[in-house]
Design a protein around this ligand. Structure first.
Ligand SMILES: Cc1cc2nc3c(=O)[nH]c(=O)nc-3n(C[C@H](O)[C@H](O)[C@H](O)COP(=O)(O)OP(=O)(O)OC[C@H]3O[C@@H](n4cnc5c(N)ncnc54)[C@H](O)[C@@H]3O)c2cc1C
Ligand code: SF4
Length: 550
């Protein structure tokens, strides 16, 4: 086991310097440390513990809980702010026609954002890698589904994914291995909803999930208590912290409250050293043979732009001028109604079933695909809010809460964006974080491709509502963010119009890797963290090869 060296002044030397301790950085650090390389992880945020997060959630005011304030319960490091919405902070400033639909949530903590994700672990479809050559829109990846497939299998193993092993209930069904664990059993609501809609040609299938259906690498079995977002109290759901703990056992060193901000390069444009601020704003250096920025789809491009130097005046890895461009997320909306029979949603994990029929089709040359999740977060909080608004008290109030909670349905619909260079992250000229570093500004327009996809989904939803004689049927008007941040360090075969190659290695710097959502050249319509994790593991393999050659 090799360890990084840390001097008395806090400077560090390791074979591999990883920035960011989320799922992507963690998987790379864990693999390379296991193979005997010395690895340091610089993490901007605090180390937190599960019990404190659970307690903070319990103690949150009702409006925060009912408003799904998943950010506010996680303490922020003084020097590493993240977006907040209750009340909002101005860390990320949004502009453009769809500014409101790019309000991302992400955490800056040891373990990263998967502390409060929903753990849906989907794969892209094979065709999602060839959007341009198949549908004449978006971009093709320089790698195929077949190239990434073995890494999807390894990512499912690493995240402990439970999924359906019946090919009829998979999306996609092109798999070389079964899911590591059997699917999370459906509760009554998922089964009954699928029974009704599938009889009319829809395809509601089980969501593959990073949740244990049997003890898995120290994680207990999911007991279905429905608290996954914003924190699984017992750790049955995968969180990045599980991988970080494994990496630490294998010898990796995590430096919390360490904000990377500057990158030095040599004559060959190799990275020689990173600079980072410690908790008290003192600056330190991290030297290595290989550098990995796994800071997520917003913070990686921000860091690349912040770190512009004389040799790379537009920013690190940015000779193509694509860093920070092509920002994407699965903008979405909600459809709620009261069904004509009780569905009892809220038993089991936050999300368990999803209509995937409209994931693909010739229509994608014109408008976006969609997926419709049956949201399984308990309906009690919204039901209470609605019943209180009716002015009821006593038994009547109680009865109305029960009625609305058991008959209520909430579908969460996601749409598929195309990469558009105009959707761009830049550095603020006016706002600075506590270390004096420019905050991110993001311009965003979902475009007609997504808007037309939303219109097509509305028609499908009206039909689904009619199958349940829907009352109080409502479709939200504006598009919301879904926190799947992609595109800012986009992958391609040419250094002229992309930032990284098929291994997430920067075209401009031979010893720099930029894995994760930023690299994704198409978004598909499904949650994308499993794809990010697969890209991370593929990057780790190529780093190993590079270290062997060095
Ligand atoms: C509410 C919610 C629900 C979600 N549900 C799902 C889901 O069901 N399925 C799914 O696929 N995805 C989901 N996601 C998205 C998923 O959480 C992210 O895709 C995933 O966490 C990204 O992993 P990452 O490792 O790239 O980044 P992160 O987990 O965000 O980690 C990046 C880390 O880098 C650190 N960092 C950033 N800048 C610096 C710097 N300059 N110096 C040092 N450290 C730095 C940050 O502090 C952070 O800890 C959800 C997200 C949210 C918010
Ligand atoms: S249902 Fe409960 S035990 Fe299962 S992942 Fe969610 S919070 Fe954890």
């Amino acid at each position: 086991m090799a360890s990084p060296t840390i001097s008395s002044s806090g400077d560090v030397v390791a074979d591999v310097v990883v920035v960011g301790s989320g799922v992507v950085g963690g998987l790379i650090a864990d693999q390379l440390a296991r193979k005997g390389h010395s690895v340091v992880i610089l993490e901007a945020g605090l180390r937190i513990d599960r019990a404190t997060a659970v307690e903070n959630w319990r103690n949150m005011p009702f409006p925060n809980r009912v408003g799904s304030d998943f950010q506010g319960l996680y303490p922020q490091a003084k020097g590493a702010p993240a977006p907040l919405y209750f009340p909002p902070n101005d860390y990320v400033a949004l502009s453009g026609p769809s500014a409101g639909s790019f309000q991302q949530g992400y955490l800056r903590t040891v373990g990263g954002t998967t502390w409060h994700w929903a753990a849906s672990c989907w794969r892209h479809l094979p065709v999602d890698f060839k959007m341009q050559s198949t549908y004449g829109v978006g971009r093709d990846w320089p790698i195929s589904y077949g190239d990434l497939e073995p890494y999807y299998c390894r990512a499912e193993e690493a995240l402990g994914v439970a999924g359906p092993n019946d090919p009829e209930r998979q999306s996609p069904s092109e798999r070389s291995r079964p899911y590591p664990m059997d699917m999370v059993p459906w509760a009554y609501g998922d089964a009954r909803f699928a029974e009704v809609v599938n009889a009319h040609g829809y395809k509601s299938i089980p969501i593959p999930q990073g949740r244990s259906t049997r003890p898995w690498n120290g994680r207990p079995t999911c007991c279905g208590n429905n608290n996954c977002q914003p924190i699984c109290p017992i750790g049955a759901m995968y969180n990045g912290i599980h991988t970080i703990q494994s990496a630490e056992k294998n010898g990796a060193k995590v430096l919390a409250e360490s904000v990377a901000y500057k990158i030095d390069t040599d004559d060959q444009n190799n990275i020689t050293m990173l600079h980072f601020y410690g908790a008290n704003h003192q600056s330190h250096t991290a030297k290595g043979k290989i550098f990995v920025l796994a800071c997520n789809g917003i913070e990686t491009p921000r860091l690349l732009l912040l770190a512009a130097n004389a040799r790379n005046p537009r920013g690190i890895a940015n000779s193509s001028d694509q860093v920070g461009r092509n920002m994407m997320d699965h903008s979405g909306f909600h459809c709620t109604f009261l069904a004509n029979e009780p569905l009892w949603l809220g038993r089991g994990p936050a999300q368990s079933s999803c209509i995937v029929g409209p994931r693909d089709g010739a229509f994608r040359s014109k408008y976006s695909s969609n997926k419709m999740i049956l949201n399984n977060i308990s309906r009690v909080a919204p039901a209470t809010e609605q019943a209180l608004r009716l002015g009821l008290i006593g038994k009547e109030l109680d009865d109305e809460i029960r009625r609305r909670a058991i008959f209520g349905v909430d579908l969460s619909i996601s749409l598929e964006p195309l990469p558009d260079p105009k959707n761009r992250l830049t550095l603020s000229r006016t706002r600075r974080d506590p270390h004096g570093l420019a905050c991110p500004d993001i311009y965003y327009d979902v475009g007609d491709y997504v808007r037309d996809g939303a219109t097509a989904a509305h028609a499908q939803l009206k039909h689904i509502g009619s199958l349940f004689d829907a009352v109080e049927f409502n479709i939200t008007k504006s598009l919301n963010a879904n926190n799947h941040i992609m595109g800012g360090a986009i992958m391609g075969s040419s250094a002229k119009d992309s930032v990284v190659d098929g291994n997430c290695r920067a075209h401009d710097h031979a010893n720099l890797w930029l894995p994760g959502g930023g690299a994704m050249a198409s978004a598909s319509v499904v949650n994308t963290t499993l794809s990010m994790a697969a890209l991370g593991i593929k990057a780790a393999d190529s780093i190993e090869q590079s270290l062997r050659r060095a």
